[in-house]
Write a protein that binds this ligand. Structure first.
Ligand code: AMP
Length: 608
């Protein structure tokens, strides 16, 4: 990317020419003048895309070049261009996909479209991808790496065990390339530059990353990671789920991997010729290493794989991945595998735009915040006010969030600490005042740019009547239940989701659990009642007391059911790198998978 100059936007610079300290200096500068950087960013976006069809319908004949004052430009833009959602851009994106070259969203033609993971709304959406997208990805990766290496320095020339996966890149009938944003990035020059500039290289060759079969790619990531086990400096993936998934696979296939390392063979489960060829090229018989890994794995198996990562990768300095939001439930397992290694939370972004960087890599995932990068997009913040209601019982008084009221969107320079907001983006890639749907809270400031806590995705809610529980609420409730599960039975909660079942009267919540280990029904009954009682939403509590919401139902599903969900998404073009299990769902396909694999169900007696 031609990033903003270090002097705050004068003089442009090339990211690939910067060293680590330059990248940090650059961010220190732009975050110190975040408000100004935002005005410049908006001006730049509007100048670049002046006259495009979408903007013309709102701005009419207004000539933004004639508005010298940034403040006037911002207020004109926000008063004339309405807030929007993906649906507003769909007709334009479809035209782009069909090959219409006219400047409808951006002046530069869009040749590539990303597919969002689709795990929020159940269907993937087209999002524009331009060279700006790849360049900001490179910049945020370099920036985050620079902050990490201040506290956890790694050896130059070392390797990274990266569990990364591309989806298929396809062509639309209009000749536009589509795929996930990470797919485009892994295929880009910027990905190669990142490796050269951070002086650390992924263990797996491109053929493995873009293999398009996540099981075969995972096997090879593990195999090569172990082949280079002494050289691995850190273990990473985009979302924490992927590391947990891969290490689960290691628990299953370590013997086969040891055999392959010893004999320089490759399991017949790797069937894609280009992957076989690329991996075998890197191998030679290593009987000593094979024996050593076998011995460590045998010991690890006895200890329930506690500390797997440092034991198998003795020079690994940390694990780096997104561990916030819907990834938080995997922290427990990751800490188990990490055996005390630092877990560094990855940055905050979306297919639409990168948003913020983790500048405090030492913080535990529960406390991590993201400093907004004010040159990446123009950000607005819709204040969300919790309608707080109190309810009293004979023993306690609790405050619960009932619903959000919205204020007027405000610019980044006006946000307040402690306030929650929905994020709105205006991007270089042609999205204008686009509601991202994420709820964030301002936790503080890095210089003058806000540090955000990710709270939840706004659309993911459970609702029967006057109740409203977000995925975060569900996560907290499930944490309570899974604590009881592990305390009383030693079993482990592997995955969960939830659904508001309203086809019968009264409606009720259903929580689906996939559990590893044996559990008595009485423990599961306790978990179910404890979760029901743990919802503190006022609407839920009142409705449960009045029986206008029925008892919470806990459905236990067969092992592997959530994998079927993953496979469903991947079959539809998603990539493992971007997959996020939705914690609340109304998607009939997912519910069908879960209902067909339900083994037992329990009803709460909490309000009986
Ligand atoms: P996608 O559009 O499929 O790329 O997914 C982007 C979404 O993932 C964001 O809008 C967030 O809801 C979620 N997300 C991304 N980064 C983080 C993060 N660091 N913490 C929590 N959630 C995140």
């Amino acid at each position: 990317m031609e990033g903003e100059g270090r002097e705050g936007g004068r003089g442009l610079m090339k990211i690939d020419e910067l060293c680590e300290e330059d990248v940090i200096d650059w961010f220190e500068q732009v975050s110190s003048e975040a408000g100004v950087a935002q005005s410049r960013t908006l001006r730049k976006i509007l100048q670049q895309n002046y006259g495009v069809e979408y903007l013309k319908q709102w701005l009419g004949d207004v000539n933004i070049h004639e508005i010298p004052d940034d403040f006037t430009l911002q207020s004109l833009f926000t008063s004339l261009v309405p807030l929007s959602s993906h649906a507003d851009f769909e007709p334009f994106l479809q035209r782009i996909a069909d090959g219409d070259p006219s400047p409808c969203l951006t002046q530069q033609p869009i040749n590539t479209l990303s597919l969002s993971s689709g795990t929020t709304e159940g269907r993937q959406k087209y999002v524009p991808f331009t060279s700006h997208s790849a360049q900001t990805t490179l910049l945020i990766f370099r920036l985050a790496a620079a902050y990490r290496s201040r506290v956890y320095p790694t050896r130059e020339g070392g390797k990274i065990l990266e569990f990364i996966y591309s989806s298929k890149q396809r062509k639309t009938k209009g000749g536009i390339t589509t795929g996930t944003a990470t797919t485009h990035y892994y295929a880009s020059e910027e990905f190669k530059i990142k490796q050269v500039k951070t002086k650390s290289f992924t263990c797996s060759p491109q053929e493995v990353i873009s293999g398009c079969d996540y099981k075969q790619s995972t096997y090879c990531h593990l195999l090569l990671g172990l082949l280079y086990s002494e050289e691995v400096e850190f273990v990473t993936s985009t979302f924490a789920y992927t590391i947990v998934q891969a290490l689960n696979q290691l628990e299953e296939s370590w013997e086969e991997i040891c055999y392959d390392i010893t004999h320089s063979t490759l399991s017949s489960r790797i069937a894609i010729p280009k992957i076989r060829k690329a991996v075998l090229k890197l191998m030679s018989p290593k009987p000593g290493l094979g024996r050593k890994i076998r011995r460590v794995c045998e010991e690890l198996k006895e200890e329930d794989w506690l500390g797997l990562i440092p034991k198998l990768w003795p020079n690994c300095k940390y694990v780096y991945s997104i561990m916030t939001g819907s990834m938080q439930p995997y922290l427990k397992k990751l800490r188990h595998y990490g055996g005390g290694l630092p877990l560094v939370s990855g940055d905050y972004g979306s297919t639409e735009s990168w948003i913020g960087v983790n500048v405090d890599p030492c913080l535990p995932a529960e406390n991590v915040t993201f400093a907004v990068i004010p040159t990446f997009s123009y950000f607005e913040f819709i204040p969300l006010f919790k309608q707080q209601q109190h309810y009293y019982s004979s023993t306690s008084s609790d405050t619960a969030i009932h619903d959000f009221l919205e204020g007027q969107p405000i610019p980044l320079s006006q946000v307040k600490v402690g306030q929650q907001y929905e994020l709105v983006l205006t991007t270089f890639t042609g999205l204008y005042r686009y509601r991202l749907g994420d709820v964030v809270e301002v936790a503080g400031f890095h210089n003058n740019t806000p540090k955000l806590n990710f709270i939840c995705r706004r659309k993911l809610v459970l609702n029967v009547n006057i109740d409203k529980n977000t995925e975060k609420d569900v996560q907290l409730v499930v944490e309570r239940g899974s604590q009881i599960l592990s305390d009383q039975s030693g079993a482990e909660l592997v995955e969960f989701t939830s659904h508001a079942e309203v086809s019968d009267q009264p409606g009720h919540y259903v929580i689906y659990w996939e559990v590893k280990g044996d559990v008595n029904d009485s423990v599961l009954e306790d978990c179910c009642s404890a979760m029901d009682a743990a919802f503190i939403d006022y609407g839920y509590v009142v409705s449960r007391k009045a029986n206008s919401i029925g008892p919470l139902e806990l459905r236990i599903v067969e092992r592997g059911s959530f994998n079927k969900i993953l496979e469903h998404y991947i079959g539809n073009g998603a990539a493992l790198s971007q997959f996020k299990t939705p914690r609340c769902t109304t998607n009939p396909y997912l519910l069908n998978i879960l209902n067909l694999s339900t083994l037992k169900s329990f009803f709460s007696t909490a309000y009986a």
